[in-house]
Design a protein around this ligand. Structure first.
Ligand code: AYL
Length: 544
């Protein structure tokens, strides 16, 4: 085996055939009556359980309702729901109708919701009673009518307010018209990502992208056997949970135990009660499981695998977790633009450092490219690692592009199909990759994206602010968890306090994007072309 091959580096597992089918056909078309009776989703807090057959029936009913409402190919529908049983049919009903889900983070404020609905031109939104106020405000800002807001749960209150009740939608005859779906070009989902720079934008993921990534990832999990039951606490609105939890558990006919948010003690209770086999976590949750005293008292004996991704896992934390729980822990890497998973440590490769992201999953090719010269870094000798370079990935899981942004205007997906990740990595002679740094603008908080450009634009709307730059500051005692700080240049003669500007941002964004500090500077450093000189920002922070 030569690695890298002519088309880049590859992983240890052989490539697989990706079936040319829609998501619905892969997950539901061949559902046997035995499988239909299996639990698909269990929500501990509400006690609601849906079988696979019930999820399919709801999916069909929602697809039929959407089709009858004139929604289909080329349309998007907003989904603003916490994790819970209704999410499954909402997502798949939209895809079956030929439309795309525009998944909105459940903690978003009305302006954030409106921006997302507007960018994806979504004519409808599905939401939850607990999120109704911000959903309606966002929908109205985006030009939707009250009846375009579909509300799950008790039907009476939404009906009285002129909204559409989910239970009325689900009463539709579950026989939607057949929609011709070309898996390679038909968009199933439009999650938002800021890519390597600028504002968050809708990422066009096709049916093939989502089908492929689930199957690519499945190859890595194959040694686990039949049980991949899992706790779905990471938000479905993020591609990490959408692919590896929502869709993957359905594909494998295993139950997913939903949590509307991460509550550590409820999380431990759910694991002890339902005995799932797998957890998909982000580094702060890995650290909680590795260190918190309560974990020592909990029964976590059902667990067989913990996959950690979305931000850097500290190798020793991974080791400590593996040791403490006696559970295999692996690190994975992904990016929304790649549907998302490209690298995971193989389950049987105990020799690979948990601080790496492992080799590529099947069908992914990757390159490590010197950002200065644009050439691939030299292949290292056995036992050594390469020079750092930017990770480029290609495969059937690579996005179609950003919605509404011309292909040649986007620096992320190139004409040869490589996604330029904006992450700096090294690779060893076996194709095992280690993250070194992020060279894109992105800040990550608990695995969730924060685009500096979004907060900078908000700050510049404040009357006292002349210019602003936002950078990520590592949170103490965490490996790689960051909080955004702002460097603010005030207008001459204008006054504003740090707390006023912090509140200005907090009033307008989801909690994870709130500023951890505001520091006043004489001038925000910009190039002659007006670009923020981001490398100069850290030295402008006050000494700790
Ligand atoms: P997005 N270590 C360090 N940084 C990471 C890692 C990791 N293991 N994984 C993701 N990132 C960063 O689009 C990196 O900067 O998708 C990358 O470009 O919200 C960015 O996060 C992408 O952020 C899985 C399944 C990871 C999913 C994912 C992450 C999807 C995050 C592993 O098994």
């Amino acid at each position: 085996m030569t690695n890298p091959g002519p088309d880049g580096w590859h992983g240890p597992l052989p490539d697989i055939e990706i079936p040319d089918v829609s998501l619905y056909d892969l997950l539901f078309a061949g559902l046997t009556s035995a499988d239909a009776a299996k639990p698909a989703v269990v929500d501990h807090a509400s006690g609601v359980t849906l079988t696979l057959g019930e999820v399919k029936c709801q999916t069909d009913a929602f697809a039929a309702w959407l089709s009858a409402s004139g929604i289909g190919a080329g349309d998007a529908v907003g989904v603003l729901l916490p994790n819970g049983p209704d999410y499954l049919a909402a997502f798949h009903g939209i895809a079956r109708a030929g439309a795309a889900t525009s998944p909105v983070n459940a903690t978003y404020t009305a302006p954030e919701i409106a921006r997302q609905l507007t960018a994806t031109k979504a004519p409808k939104i599905v939401t939850h009673p607990a999120l109704l106020a911000q959903a309606v405000a966002g929908a109205i800002q985006a030009g939707l009518a009250a009846s375009d807001v579909i509300v799950v749960g008790d039907p009476d209150a939404p009906r009285a307010a002129g909204h559409t009740a989910w239970s009325d939608v689900l009463a539709t005859e579950p026989n939607p018209p057949t929609v011709d779906i070309d898996p390679a070009t038909h968009i199933a989902c439009l999650p938002f990502s800021s890519g390597t720079s600028g504002m968050p934008k809708p990422v066009m993921l096709s049916h093939r992208n989502l089908v492929a990534n689930m199957l690519q990832f499945n190859e890595v999990l194959r040694p686990l056997g039949d049980d991949v039951s899992l706790v779905a606490f990471l938000p479905y609105s993020h591609i990490y949970a959408m692919t590896t939890n929502l869709n993957y558990a359905l594909y494998r006919r295993c139950p997913q135990y939903t949590m509307a948010g991460f509550d550590p003690m409820a999380f431990l209770t759910i694991i002890a009660t339902y005995r799932p086999a797998v957890l998909f976590v982000v580094p702060p949750v890995a650290a909680f499981l590795a260190k918190h005293p309560a974990v020592g008292q909990a029964d976590l004996s059902s667990l067989k695998l913990i996959v950690c991704g979305a931000a850097p896992l500290d190798g020793p934390v991974g080791e400590a977790l593996q040791e403490r729980l006696g559970v295999r822990v692996v690190q994975g890497y992904g990016m929304t633009e790649l549907s998302p998973v490209t690298h995971v440590i193989p389950l049987d490769r105990r020799d690979i450092d948990l601080g790496t992201i492992g080799p590529a999953v099947p069908n992914v090719r990757f390159r490590v490219v010197d950002p200065e010269t644009g050439t691939d870094v030299a292949v290292p000798a056995s036992g050594e690692v390469s020079q750092p370079g930017e990770l480029w990935c290609a495969g059937p899981n690579a996005m179609l592009g950003y919605l509404g942004i011309p292909k040649d205007a986007d620096a992320v997906l190139d004409a040869d199909g490589w996604v330029h990740t904006g992450d700096l990595v090294t690779v060893d002679a076996d194709g095992v990759v280690r993250m070194v740094d992020r060279i894109k603008e992105l800040i990550k908080r608990r695995g969730m994206q924060i685009a500096p450009a979004e907060l900078e634009a908000l700050l510049c709307l404040h009357p006292a602010v002349a210019d602003a730059a936002v950078l990520g500051v590592d949170l103490k005692g965490t490996a790689g968890d960051q909080v955004p700080h702002a460097l603010v240049q005030l207008r001459p003669g204008a006054e504003a306090s740090a707390s006023e500007l912090t509140a200005w941002v907090a009033d307008r964004v989801a909690p994870h994007k709130r500023l951890g500090g505001v520091h006043f500077v004489e001038k925000v450093p910009r190039s002659a072309a007006g670009k923020i000189l981001r490398r100069q920002l850290p030295v402008l922070l006050p000494a700790k």
